[in-house]
Design a protein around this ligand. Sequence first.
Ligand SMILES: Cc1cc2nc3c(=O)[nH]c(=O)nc-3n(C[C@H](O)[C@H](O)[C@H](O)COP(=O)(O)O)c2cc1C
Length: 641
Amino acid sequence: MSSSYEEIREAAELAAAPRRAPERPLLRVDLSTSSIAAEADRLWEALVPLCAERGVDLIRVGTLGLSWLQPVVELERPGAGAVVYGPVPPAEAAEFLDAALSADPAEAAARWLIGARTPEAGVPSLDAHPFWAPQERRLMRSMGVIDPESLDDAIAEGAYEALDRAIGMEPMAICDLVLAAGVGGRGGGGFPAGQKWKFLLGAPGPTKYLVCNADEGDPGAFVNRVLMESDPHLVIEGMAIAGKATGAEYGFIYIRDEYPLAIARMELALVQARERGLLGEDILGSDFSFDLEITRGAGSYVCGEETGLIASVEGLRGMPKIRPPFPAQKGVFAEPSNVNNTETYANVPLIVRRGADWYRQHGTESDPGTKMFSISGALVRPGILEVPFGMGMDELLLGCGGGPPEGREPKGIQPGGPLGGLLPASDLRLKLERPPFTERGVLLGSGGLILFDDRASAVDLTKYFSEFCEDESCGRCTTCHGGSQRLVEVLERILHGDGRAEDLERIGVIDQTLQNANCLHGQFTPYAVRGLVNYFRSELDVHIEQRRDPALAAPGLTRYLVTDPHSAELAGARPLCPTGAIVDRAAPPADHAAEEGERAEIEPAGLTIDDARCIRCDVCRELAPQAVRVVDRFLAPLEAV
Ligand SMILES: Cc1cc2nc3c(=O)[nH]c(=O)nc-3n(C[C@H](O)[C@H](O)[C@H](O)COP(=O)(O)O)c2cc1C
C-alpha cells in the first residue's frame, strides 16, 4: 500500500533534520554550473578531508545566485546563524574553514564574508546586501539551502504538498486557480497558463501530453538552468499538477544538452519521485497517474519555439511549423499537448499551496507575482535573483547588479535574448513588466537581461544578434533564412567602413520582408536592428557617414596602434598573440643605414602590429596597455611614433 503524503513528509523531515537543524557545524557548498566554472568542484574535494577532521558536515546545495562571488559556501552552526562566504578558492579551503569556525568569524573570516543568511551575532545580515535586499525569493526560497539531490530535503521544505492537495481537486478548479493567480508564461509570451491548460483540458482524450520547455537558448538567460540545478522537484511537482489539471498523463522535459548538470539532477529527481510514489501509477494512492521523461535537445535555438520543440521531441528535425493547429489541438505525436516554460510550471505548486491572493501580493496587474532574472554583461555583480514584477530595471541592474565598473557609463540594455531588441540606458527607468517593453518595441523575454556600457558598439552588438538569428534560422522558409543573411550583410558592410546612404532604407525593407516569415523567429529577427535604428541612430549614422565607431569597439572600424615599439610588456605579449600579428618594424631603408662602424649604436626598429593579421582579440592591449592603443582604422595615422 502506498504511503500518504503526511507519512512521506514525516519520514522526510526526520531524514532531513541533520541538515535543517544541524547539531554539528554544517557547510553548504554551492555546486552549480556557475560555481563549478569557478572551481567549486575542486573546493569540494579539498573540503572533504578538512571537514571530516574538524567534525563539520558537508553538503552540496544549488545556488544562492551570487555568481560574481563564486565559489560560494555557507556555514551554519548549531544554535547560531548561517553565514555566507565567497569567493573561497580551493587553495584557501583550510585557512577559510578555521577562520569561519573561530569564535569571531566576522573578524577572522572577514575577507571571505558576504553576510548572514539567518542572523548570527556580530555578522552583517545578507538582507542588507544590495544584491539581496530587494529580492522576494519565492521560487528561489530553497535554492542554495537544500541539497538538490535529496528528495528528503525538498519534501521537508514542503515539496509535493501542493500535488497532494491538487490530486483532491477538480481539474477545472486547478485551472481556475492558476488563472485567478494570473501567472503568465515565463517563456516570454506571457500567455495566461491557466487559460492554456483549459484548452488542453477541453481537448479530446484519451492521450494528451505536457511539455516543459527548458531549451533556454537566449544568450544571457540561465533562469531555467538554475531552477533545475537547484530545486528540480519544484519543476516536476508543477508539471504533475498541470497533468492533473489538464488530463495529461505523460510529459516531456526538453533540456538542451549544454546543461549536463541540470539534466543529471532532473534525471535523478525523476527516479526519486517515482520511488516515493510521487510519479508513476496511482500517485499517493489516488487514481491519478502521471510520468515524465527527459528529452535532450542538441542546442538549436529554434527548438525553443514550441512547434520546433515538439518536432524535436518526436525525433524529427527541429523546425517550427505554421500555427494553427496549436499544440492543444495537435501537439506531440499529433496528440493534444501543452507547452510551458520551466519557470511557469515551477510557480504552480506555490499557487496551489498559498492561493491566488497570496500570489498576487507581489507584481503588477498585467504581470502578477515574481520573476527570476539572470543579469549579466557590464555589471559589477552579475548573478541570478528573484524580484517582484514592476520593480524598476534600474533598481535591478544598477542597484542589485551594481551597474558597470567604475569609470564606465551604462549605454544600453539587451532584454529578452537575440530576438528581444535593444534599449538605450535612459530606458533603465522602465518597470519590469511586459507592457512598457512592448510599447518600446522590445520584449522583456524570459528573464535574461544584459547591460552594456560605453565600451560597446551598438552596431556591432546588433550584428552579433542578427548573425545569431541567421545562424539559428532553421532554413525552412527562405524569407527568414535569406532575409537574415541580407541583414547581416548590410551590417557587416557598415562595420567595415562601406556603409551607404541607402542602407537605412534597405534595413527597413528587410525588416518588412521578415514580417512574412513563417514563424516568430524570422518575424522577431529584426527587433535588434529596429532597436539600433530607433535608439542608437546617431551612432549608426557616424558608422555609415564617417566610417568610424565612436566607442572604438567595432573590429572592422578600428586598428591597434603601437605607441611604444620598445615596450617590454609588448615584447612579452608577442608570443601570446594568436595570429602572430605583433611583428618587427621594418628596418630603416638601406640608404639611411649607418656606416658599418656605427651599427651598434642604432636603435632597433622595435615592434608594430600587422593589421592584416590582427583579429582584435585585445590580448596585446590587455598585457601592454601603455604600449598599445585602439584607434579609428580609417582616420588615425598608420604609425604613432
Ligand atoms: C525562436 C524562439 C525561441 C524560443 N525559445 C524559447 C525557450 O528557449 N524557452 C521557452 O520557454 N520559450 C521559448 N520560446 C517561446 C515558446 O515558443 C513558447 O511560447 C513557450 O515555451 C510557452 O511557454 P510559456 O507560455 O510558459 O511561456 C521561443 C520562441 C521563439 C519564437
